[in-house]
Design a protein. Structure first.
Lengths: 672, 153
C-alpha cells in the first residue's frame, strides 16, 4: 500500500462521543487499518473547528499524507469544509473523504458498544475507499447573467426588483393575468393595518416599468433544460386576444362586455368579472385578457362587443392570437409560486358551501377590500345585513391530524386582524375560537393585546360543529357554533350571524409536478425542501434553483419579502462569480474498451452520450453528464468509468465496511 | 454462540439525493433504529452495479438494502427505474443461486422520510435475522480447500 492515509475521528462535543467511544475508534484504526495505509489516526473534540482543520493540515504537510478520512457528521454538512482544509495544505480536495458516524451512527443508536463497532466498520469502509480516490478538478461553467423568477406574488416581486435594480435581467413569469399574488387580494395587513394595495401597487408598477424586467404574465413554464448557469426555459405565453402593443388599458372593452362571470380566483367567488377582464383596477400589466371559456365569441362566434367598442387605432382585440412559445436562456431560477387556501368544504361539519353565512378567510379579505365585491362593507351573504355577532374559527385545516398537521403560521394574526376589522366596521360582538394563540414576531403580541382590549372574546377550544339547527328560541335563524371552552371546561353553543373560517394554507395543488420540472422535491407536507432547514432556507438540492416565500413553508408577508430578497442575494452572488464550479462527478468512456453496443446511449436521460458511427464508439459529453452513474453500472464491457464513484472505490468500500463483524472483531474472510 | 441472538450485517446502498438524506434526517431527528446496516452513498440508485450486491454477499453481508428516490422523484429523472429493473433481476438470480430473495430489499425513501427509512431498516433487520446467517465467505473457504478435479484439455 503506497498511500499514506490520515484518519480523523470527531467527537462533535458529545454528539458523537456521547455514544461512540471515539478514542477507541481512533486507536483501533491506527492499529488495525495500518495495513490499509493508515499512518496516523487522531480524535478531536470538534474536527470542523479551525484548530481541528489545522491539525489535519499540519499532518498533511509534516507526515506527507496522500489521503484523508474524516469520521464526523454527514458529508452534506462538512464535506466542503474538510476538502477545502486539505486543499489549503496542498492536497487535492477530492482525496479527502468524509464518513458519517453521527447521523448514521451516534444519533440513531443507543447501544454504545454496537455503535462503536459500527463506527469502526464505517471508518474502515471510508479508508478502503479513499485509497482509490483520484485527483479531480471541478468543472467550471460560465453563468448566464439573466434570471427567471416563477410566480409574481410579493416574494417574486421583491426578488425581481432586487436583481433588476442590481443591473441584471429578469424574466418574471406569472400564470395569472396580473402580478400581485395573494397580497393584492387583501385589504389590510397585520399588525400595522396598513393597506395592502397602498404598499404593494408601487412595487407592482415598478416591476411593470423596469427596463431590466421582462414581464410574462398569463404564461406558464413548459420545460426546463440544462443546469446551473445554463438553463434553457421554454415558456408558453397564452393568447390574451389583446394586442399589448396598441392596447392602452382604457377599460372600455370590459365595460361593454355583456358576459358576467363569477371570479373564483381573484374575488374568491365573492364577486364577478367580465369575459374580458383585468383581475383588479391596479393590475400590472394593465392589458386585459379574454377568458376563452366564457367569451360569447369563442363559444358561438357572435358578440365581438369588445372589438366593436375598442377605441384604439388599430383595433387591439385580436381573436386570432395564438399561444406563443418562448425560449429563454437563464443562469438561475427562483421559484416563488406561493400557496393555495385550504379547501374548507373538506370539513363538512363546518358547513362551508352549505350554510351561506359561513365564509372563508379569503372571502372575508375580499369583503373588507374597498374595491372588492361589497366595497369594504362587512355584510352577510345577502350583501345587505350587517352581522351583530361574528365567530372566527382558527386552525381550519391546520394543526389537525385529519388534514394538515403543520401550523399555517399566519392564521392567528389574520384572525386577530379580522376581529379588529369586524369590531371597527360593524361594532359586532366577536368570538375567536382558537387552539393556541401564536403571535411570535415583531409587534404581533402587542396587536393581540390591542384586540383583547378592544373587547374581542377569546374561547380556547376547537370548534366541533357549525349548524343552523336551533335548540332554543334564541338560536332560531342563527348559525350555532358548538365549541368546548377548555378553560372553563364547558360545552358552549354560540348563536351567531356570521362565521369566518380562518383556513390554513396549503402547497399549490400542482407543486409536485412543478417541482419535478425544476428538479426539486416536496417534503412530507408538500412544501419544497430547502437545502438546509436552518442554514440554507432559500437554496434547493438543485444548484441554481432557489425558492422564496410560501413555497418553502407557510409564512407571512414580511417573511416572504425577506426570503425573496435573500434568494435574489444568492442569485446575484452566483452571477457576480461569472462562473460556477461543478462537482467533477462524471462518466467517461474508454474508447479502447467500448464495443459500440450502444446500450448506454438510451439509458442516459440527459442525452449526454453520443455515438460516433465512424469509430463505432460512444462518447460522454461532460457538460451534459450529470454523474448519476447509470451507464457505468450498465456497460457490459466495463468501458465506462465514473469519477468520484468508481467501481474500485465502491467495491473497496464494501470490503472495508465488512471488515468488522457485528461483534467488533475483524472478519476472517478479509486479510487485515 | 447458538444461544445468542443472531446479529445480521446488512449493506445498504443509498442515493445522494433522497435516501441518504432520509438517513441524515433520521439522524437529525434522533430516530432510533437497529445498528446492523452500514450505508454506502452512490449518486443515484441507477449507479447500482449488480456486482456490488454480489460483492457484499461474498464479503459477508447477510442482507443488502437498495434505496433510492420514489418513482418519479429521481434527481436524474428516471434512473431509479433502472435500479428497480436490476433489483427484480437480481432477486431472480439470487434465488437461482440458492439465496433467499428476502435478503435483498428495495426501499424508496424521500429526503423527508427519515421515519420510514428507520422503521423499514428495523423491519428488514428482523427479516434477515429470521433467515439466519448467509455465510458466503466461509463457504468460499471450504470450496477453496476442497481438492478440485483436474480438468485437462
Amino acid at each position: 500500500m503506497t498511500e499514506r492515509i490520515g484518519v480523523y475521528v470527531c467527537h462533535c462535543g458529545t454528539n458523537i462521543a456521547g455514544v461512540v467511544d471515539v478514542a477507541e475508534v481512533s486507536r483501533w484504526a491506527g492499529k488495525h487499518l495500518a495495513a490499509q495505509g493508515v499512518v496516523v489516526s487522531r480524535d478531536y473534540k470538534f474536527m470542523c473547528s479551525s484548530l481541528g482543520q489545522e491539525l489535519i493540515q499540519k499532518d498533511i504537510k509534516e507526515l506527507g499524507l496522500t489521503r484523508v478520512v474524516v469520521a464526523a457528521c454527514s458529508p452534506h454538512l462538512h464535506e466542503k469544509t474538510f476538502r477545502n482544509a486539505s486543499k489549503g495544505a496542498g492536497l487535492n480536495p477530492y482525496l479527502t473523504e468524509m464518513v458519517s458516524i453521527r447521523e448514521q451512527d451516534s444519533w440513531v443508536h443507543t447501544d454504545k458498544a454496537a455503535a462503536t463497532d459500527k463506527a469502526k466498520a464505517i471508518l474502515a469502509g471510508g479508508v478502503a475507499r479513499v485509497a482509490h480516490n483520484t485527483e479531480l478538478e471541478p468543472l467550471r461553467v460560465p453563468i448566464h447573467p439573466a434570471t427567471m423568477i416563477v410566480g409574481a406574488g410579493i416574494a417574486g416581486i421583491q426578488a425581481a426588483l432586487e436583481i433588476a435594480d442590481a443591473g441584471y435581467h429578469v424574466y418574471l413569469v406569472e400564470r395569472e393575468p396580473s402580478i400581485g399574488g395573494h397580497m393584492a387580494q387583501f385589504d389590510k395587513t397585520f399588525p400595522t393595518l396598513d393597506c395592502a394595495a397602498c404598499i404593494l401597487t408601487p412595487k407592482m408598477f415598478e416591476v411593470g416599468s423596469h427596463p431590466n424586467i421582462t414581464l410574462l404574465t398569463w404564461s406558464n413554464v413548459e420545460k426546463v433544460d440544462g443546469y446551473i448557469g445554463n438553463f434553457t426555459v421554454t415558456i408558453c405565453k397564452k393568447a390574451r386576444y389583446v394586442n399589448t402593443d396598441t392596447c392602452t388599458g382604457c377599460g372600455i372593452c370590459w365595460e361593454k362586455c355583456p358576459w358576467k362571470v363569477v371570479d373564483k380566483v381573484f374575488e374568491a367567488g365573492m364577486g364577478s368579472r367580465k369575459a374580458i377582464y383585468t383581475p383588479f383596477p391596479q393590475a400590472v400589466p394593465k392589458y386585459p385578457v379574454i377568458d376563452r371559456e366564457n367569451c360569447a365569441y369563442f363559444k358561438n362566434g357572435k358578440c365581438k362587443a369588445c372589438q366593436i367598442f375598442c377605441p384604439t387605432e388599430p383595433n387591439s382585440i385580436d381573436f386570432n392570437q395564438k399561444d406563443e412559445m418562448l425560449e429563454v436562456q437563464v443562469g438561475n431560477i427562483i421559484l416563488a409560486t406561493g400557496y393555495q387556501l385550504f379547501d374548507a368544504t373538506r370539513i363538512p361539519q363546518y358547513g362551508y358551501g352549505r350554510l351561506p353565512n359561513v365564509f372563508t378567510s379569503l372571502e372575508f379579505e375580499r369583503m373588507c377590500n374597498a374595491s372588492g365585491p361589497t366595497e369594504g362593507k362587512i355584510v352577510l351573504r345577502d350583501k345587505k345585513t350587517t352581522p351583530k355577532t361574528v365567530v372566527i374559527v382558527h386552525c381550519v385545516g391546520s394543526r389537525d391530524e385529519n388534514y394538515n398537521k403543520y401550523c399555517s403560521s399566519i392564521c392567528c394574526m389574520q384572525s386577530l386582524k379580522y376581529a379588529h376589522l369586524v369590531m371597527e366596521r360593524t361594532g359586532a360582538e366577536v368570538y375567536n375560537c382558537y387552539i393556541d394563540i401564536r403571535t411570535p414576531f415583531k409587534d404581533y403580541e402587542e396587536f393581540y393585546k390591542r384586540v383583547l382590549e378592544e373587547g374581542g372574546n377569546f374561547i380556547r377550544g376547537k370548534v366541533a360543529e357549525i349548524t343552523d339547527v336551533a335548540r332554543t328560541p334564541n338560536e332560531e335563524g342563527k348559525l350555532i357554533v358548538q365549541v368546548e371552552d377548555t378553560l372553563i371546561g364547558k360545552q358552549r353553543r354560540i348563536p351567531t350571524d356570521m362565521v369566518i373560517l380562518s383556513a390554513g394554507i396549503e402547497p399549490r395543488h400542482d407543486a409536485k409536478e412543478v417541482g419535478k420540472q425544476f428538479g426539486i422535491s416536496c417534503g412530507a407536507s408538500g412544501w419544497y425542501i430547502e437545502r438546509h432547514p436552518k442554514l440554507d432556507p432559500v437554496a434547493t438540492m438543485t444548484e441554481g434553483v432557489f425558492i422564496a416565500g410560501c413555497v418553502q413553508g407557510p409564512k407571512d408577508i414580511p417573511a416572504s419579502v425577506a426570503q425573496g430578497a435573500a434568494a435574489s442575494a444568492r442569485v446575484l452572488g452566483k452571477i457576480q462569480q461569472k462562473e460556477v464550479a461543478l462537482e467533477p462527478v462524471r462518466a467517461s468512456i474508454n474508447e479502447n474498451q467500448c464495443s459500440g453496443c450502444r446500450i448506454c446511449n438510451n439509458l442516459c436521460p440527459f442525452n449526454a452520450i453520443a455515438f460516433h458511427e465512424d469509430r463505432m464508439v460512444s462518447e460522454v459529453n461532460p457538460a451534459l453528464c450529470q454523474g448519476c452513474g447509470t451507464c457505468v453500472a450498465a456497460c457490459p464491457a466495463g468501458a465506462i468509468s465514473g469519477t468520484g464513484f468508481s467501481n474500485e472505490q465502491i467495491l473497496s468500500q464494501i470490503e472495508g465496511l465488512l471488515l468488522v463483524n457485528v461483534d467488533g472483531n475483524l472478519t476472517e474472510a478479509v486479510p487485515g | 454462540m447458538s444461544n445468542e441472538k443472531f446479529e445480521p450485517v446488512i449493506i445498504g446502498f443509498t442515493c445522494n439525493w433522497c435516501s441518504y438524506r432520509a438517513a441524515d434526517m433520521a439522524g437529525t431527528a434522533r430516530m432510533k433504529y437497529a445498528p446492523n446496516v452500514r450505508l454506502i452513498r452512490l449518486m443515484c440508485s441507477g449507479r447500482l452495479d449488480p456486482t456490488f450486491v454480489m460483492k457484499a454477499f461474498a464479503n459477508g453481508a447477510d442482507g443488502v438494502l437498495i434505496t433510492g428516490c420514489h418513482p418519479g422523484d429521481c434527481h436524474y429523472i428516471e434512473q431509479n427505474y433502472k435500479a428497480l429493473r436490476r433489483f427484480q433481476l437480481l432477486r431472480r438470480v439470487l434465488n437461482q443461486m440458492g439465496v433467499e430473495p428476502g435478503r435483498l430489499k428495495l426501499l424508496w425513501a424521500s429526503a423527508a422520510e427519515g421515519a420510514i427509512f428507520a422503521s423499514e431498516i428495523n423491519k428488514f433487520v428482523e427479516e434477515v435475522r429470521a433467515l439466519g446467517p448467509l455465510g458466503w465467505p466461509k463457504e468460499f473457504q471450504q470450496v477453496e480447500s476442497t481438492p478440485v478435479m483436474e480438468v485437462t484439455a
